[in-house]
Structures are given as C-alpha cells and as structure tokens.
Design a protein around this ligand. Structure first.
Ligand SMILES: [Fe+2]
Length: 289
C-alpha cells in the first residue's frame, strides 16, 4: 500500500524508552525502505547521538523516565538555532494541552500511540520532503555566499591593481620620487600593524596610501619636474597636490578610494600644526596620515 520511500538514505533517529515501540517503528521504517535508522532508549544519550548522527528526522517519545521529551527539545533547539529541527513526537499522551505544548516546544507534528503504520510513514515522508528542500535551499545559499565572497575578493583585487598601476604611472611622471610611493605603502603597512590595526585594515590602508600623491597629476611639469629649488609661489602650487588629490578621489564608495581621499588630503599635516593644507594639530590629524 505504501510505496517505497524516495529518501531511503534519510537519517532517522528514534528516541523512546519502550523497546516494543522502538522495534515496531524500526520494522515499519525498514519495510518501507529506510536504511539509516538509529535508536536509543536512553534520553541522556540523545544529545551525543544527535550531534554525531546528524539526523534528518527525530522521532521522539514525550514521557520517558530520567528526561522528558520537552527537555530534549529544549536542548536541541539550543544547538539548532539557525537550522530546521525536524521533530515528530509520537506519544501515548492524549491530553490536547500537552500535545499543543509539544508543538509549541519545537515538535513539528504529533502522533498518538497506537498509530496507523501508513499514517506514520506518510507523515515521515512529508517531513523528509520539507527537510530535503530545506537542505537544498541551505546548500544554494552557501553556494551563493561563496560566490559573493569570490566576487568581492575579485573586485578588491581589481581595485588594488588599478590603484597600483595609477601610482606607478605617477612615479613615471614625478621621476624625482623614484620608488617613493611603493616604499611609503610598505611603511604604512608596518605602522598600521604597530598601532594594532587588523591585517585586513593594514592591507587596505597600505594600498590606499599608494594614492597619497595622486594630486600631483594636477601640478604643472614646470614645477613638478623642476630640478632646482621651488620659488615660494611654486611651492604654494605644489602644496595644492593635497587638495587636488582628495577632490580627485572624493565621492566614491570604494573603501580604498575613501581612505585614499583622506590620506591625499592630510598626508602633509604635522603634529605641531605646521603642516598643510589645513594646519591640523595632534589628534585632529586623521590616523591615516
Ligand atoms: Fe605629498
């Protein structure tokens, strides 16, 4: 009458203090084609077996010596905060209030002993169908999360590459600085590490610092590449590379560019306030400087 189940490998865990009940249910399940059945009559072992076996369905008796089914459900709910916990309570309990309490406590369904073998199989089948769908959705979600992580990493890498190439381009233009930008980026990493930033923050800051002199792109060659000393007027123009740089990088959502904007603006500020462009003093100067 009951067709062989399409989830023969589903893991079913039966907890009942009554040996006859366990034998009966095990036979019904085996005859229906279920191959993965674990049982215990000792409620104190449920948690351990549950954690090791990781069942797709727990068939639970409500009233047992030493531990009530309610307590077991409480314990398992703690472990399964984010997971679908499939519990079918099978009990002799006929009190409707207690039956409702079991459903409230986490049981997904309630069957009263003695039960009809066809009914129990149909209910278990429905349970497993929901469980498998749930698992499938979880699997898809995990896959999606992984893909998002990969894409984010890819995007970060692309941003990093573009920033590195832009800073290399600047080094070509401002030949006097040589590999200054790259060196600064390495120093930034070590300093950020020394002040206790996380490895991720150190890496982002280090990359963003490559942009500190990006504003020099707006300084005329006659000043930028002047071999001798700059006149006071030329020096004033040179100082504007801070504000030009921050404007160039402003308005972006990229964490690299946001930090780069702050660094470009404030990297010539000095602790005693004698720096530029804003003459900031002490703690008023952003950490990124
Ligand atoms: Fe600079």
């Amino acid at each position: 009458m009951f067709k062989e189940d399409k989830f023969p490998n589903a893991k079913i865990f039966v907890v009942d203090d009554d040996a006859t009940s366990i034998r009966l249910l095990t036979k019904i399940l085996s005859d229906a084609g279920y191959k993965n059945i674990k049982t215990t009559r000792n409620p104190n072992k449920v948690q351990k077996i549950y954690n090791e076996f990781k069942p797709d369905l727990l068939v639970l008796d409500l009233h047992m010596p030493h531990m009530e089914g309610f307590k077991i459900m409480d314990q398992l709910r703690e472990v399964h905060k984010d997971d679908y916990l499939p519990i079918l309570v099978i009990s002799q309990e006929r009190n409707r209030v207690i039956q409702f309490s079991a459903l409230e406590a986490g049981a997904k369904d309630f069957l009263v002993k003695p039960y009809d073998s066809i009914e129990v199989l149909l209910r278990i089948h429905n349970f497993l169908e929901v469980r498998m769908l749930h698992q499938e959705i979880r699997g898809h979600n995990k896959e999606l999360e992984k893909k998002i992580q990969e894409r984010t990493e890819e995007l970060n890498q692309t941003q990093k590459n573009v920033i590195e190439r832009l800073s290399k381009a600047l080094e070509y233009r401002d030949s006097s600085t040589g590999t200054h930008t790259t060196r600064m980026s390495q120093y930034t990493f070590y300093l950020a590490e020394a002040v206790g930033l996380s490895p991720m923050e150190c890496a982002i800051l280090s990359t963003a610092s490559l942009l500190h002199d990006v504003g020099k792109i707006g300084i005329p060659d006659s000043i930028l590449q002047k071999p001798g000393k700059l006149t006071p007027e030329e020096w004033e123009i040179m100082k504007t590379h801070t504000t030009i740089g921050s404007k160039l990088l402003s308005g972006s959502n990229s964490k690299f560019l946001k930090l780069g904007e702050e660094i470009a603006l404030s990297h010539h500020e000095k602790w005693d306030g004698s720096g530029y462009p804003n003459g900031l003093k002490k703690e008023k100067i952003p950490l990124t400087r």
